[in-house]
Ligand binder design. Structure first.
Ligand SMILES: N[C@@H](CCC(=O)N[C@@H](CS)C(=O)NCC(=O)O)C(=O)O
Length: 198
């Protein structure tokens, strides 16, 4: 199985952590999302990472589908809870943490794709408000970092992304999330060595 990724993508980190937790070996190949000649755009028409190419050549994306596929390969019910209520809670946690990362990525892309004098402050504030509301809601949810599932994997990656790209400001006023991240790091292999770096 081949994972297309970058060393900084928090969504790709989800796939790396899920595979490590499940004991599934993944070959990794860096992708250049900006390059029209990268085969990523054939493997995934959206040109996004992560994209997983299974041994039979089938491509899986986005990160939620990749996690579901890896869980299936591992026999099912390992990182996607089998119990319907627990599954819905984990899926919602994943959706919230994914949304936090989506908003953060949009903030970053404003800087990457538009010259500074054309940044739209209202748009940036709109996205940053989403991020702030999501972090506050996540703190209230008090997720258990020792319980590794699709929701907690995504939350751990979202917090790592905030550390890397937004200076870890969330830490000062969200002690339960700090405790969550520590518990998750102890429970899930490769949390340290998949930390994003430039
Ligand atoms: N919903 C997607 C989001 C993935 C995503 O936004 N990946 C970014 C890198 S962090 C990307 O591929 N950006 C390139 C682009 O949008 O063209 C997922 O969960 O996999």
């Amino acid at each position: 199985m081949l994972l297309r990724l970058s060393s900084t993508s928090p969504f790709a980190r989800k796939a790396r952590l899920a595979a490590a937790f499940l004991g599934i070996p993944l070959e990794e190949k860096m992708a250049d999302t900006a390059s029209s000649s990268d085969s990523l755009r054939i493997e995934n028409p959206l040109g996004k990472i992560p994209t997983l190419i299974a041994d039979d050549g089938e491509s899986y994306y986005d990160s939620r589908v990749v996690l579901a596929y890896l869980d299936h390969v591992a026999g099912g019910g390992r990182i996607i809870p089998a119990d319907p209520k627990a599954r819905l809670a984990a899926m919602r946690l994943e959706a919230l943490a994914d949304g936090l990362m989506d908003a953060g990525v949009l903030v970053l892309y404003e800087g990457r794709f538009r010259p500074e004098d054309r940044h739209e402050p209202r748009w940036l504030e709109y996205q940053k408000d989403k991020m702030a509301r999501a972090v506050d809601a996540l703190e209230k949810l008090t997720p258990n970092g020792a319980d590794v599932n699709n929701g907690t994997i995504t939350l751990a990656c979202a917090l790592g992304f905030l550390d890397f790209r937004f200076g870890g400001e969330w830490r000062a006023s969200h002690p339960r999330l700090v405790a969550f991240q520590e518990a998750f790091a102890a429970a899930c292999p490769r949390f340290e060595d998949t930390k994003p770096h430039a």
